[in-house]
Design a protein around this ligand. Structure first.
Ligand SMILES: [Zn+2]
Ligand SMILES: [Zn+2]
Length: 252
């Protein structure tokens, strides 16, 4: 009995650790990337997948995949790991709530977080394209590829990764989200960010599941990589429509 109790205590301790959200987001990033990576590698051998490719003639080469894997590894070793150690050392473990949130509360929390992040990143992204110094210094690395693929999602400069990480950590606190809502948001956010870059517009794309063009999704973000002065919002389409930066699907 005591051994069983010990296991349960340990399991709760892992969940309470400030490292848990980091492990959750990093592992979900790589796990979610895998199926898209397999589609890229299989290429024409999987014709039924290639019919959904946004830019059919352009597929990542081994060297572009390796470059992005290298940048991602570098960012994880020199930024994510030190930030995790700092969190682990300085932040106290969180209290696990006794009750789970209601399903409605969870969905509302995830959507609120996505909307808030969408607004913050829209402004950040617009400034990093309009101000030449900001673009060259921080954001240009993400535009190495005009035909994105899953592994390009985190092919980011350090400053961009830190900003994005800061918001996704802080926003659930500002919005007073339940811990479970926060974790679900983090995984959903990783998924939609990868989907934005995956280079495929599958029938189950978020933008196809959410009606009336409310959600931009992969086809809109793909256009941003082809025409970088359009579609600055990462997820929804309203800010681009309001500020006149919206552009529809286009293949060069
Ligand atoms: Zn992008
Ligand atoms: Zn950009």
């Amino acid at each position: 009995v005591s051994q069983k109790k010990g296991l349960i205590l340990n399991y709760r301790d892992y969940l309470r650790s400030p490292l848990f959200p980091v492990v959750l987001t990093v592992s979900s990033y790589f796990i979610i990337c895998i199926p898209f990576l397999v589609c890229d590698i299989m290429g024409d051998r999987w014709g039924w997948v290639q019919q959904f490719k946004i830019q059919p003639s352009r597929r990542p080469t081994a060297s572009t995949l390796l470059h992005c894997a290298g940048v991602t590894l570098y960012n994880h070793v020199f930024l994510v790991l030190p930030a995790s150690v700092a969190q682990w050392a300085w932040r106290p473990p969180v209290d696990l709530p006794d009750l789970a949130p209601s399903l409605l509360e969870l969905i509302a929390g995830v959507i609120s977080n996505l909307l808030l992040f969408d607004f913050q990143y829209y402004i950040w992204h617009l400034l990093h394209h309009r101000i030449r110094w900001l673009y060259v210094t921080f954001h240009a690395i993400h535009h190495n590829y005009s035909s994105p693929f899953a592994l390009a999602t985190q092919c980011l400069g350090g400053w961009e990764l830190v900003t994005v990480g800061f918001w996704t950590t802080l926003n659930p606190v500002i919005l007073r989200c339940h811990l479970l809502t926060t974790w679900v948001f983090m995984v959903v956010h990783v998924y939609v960010s990868i989907e934005d870059h995956c280079g495929y517009d599958f029938p189950w794309s978020t933008s196809r599941l959410i009606p009336f063009g409310i959600y931009g999704g992969p086809s809109k973000h793909d256009v941003h990589h082809q025409k970088p002065n359009t579609n600055f919002a990462p997820h929804f389409s309203h800010w681009d429509k309001i500020f006149g930066t919206h552009a529809d699907f286009k293949v060069n």
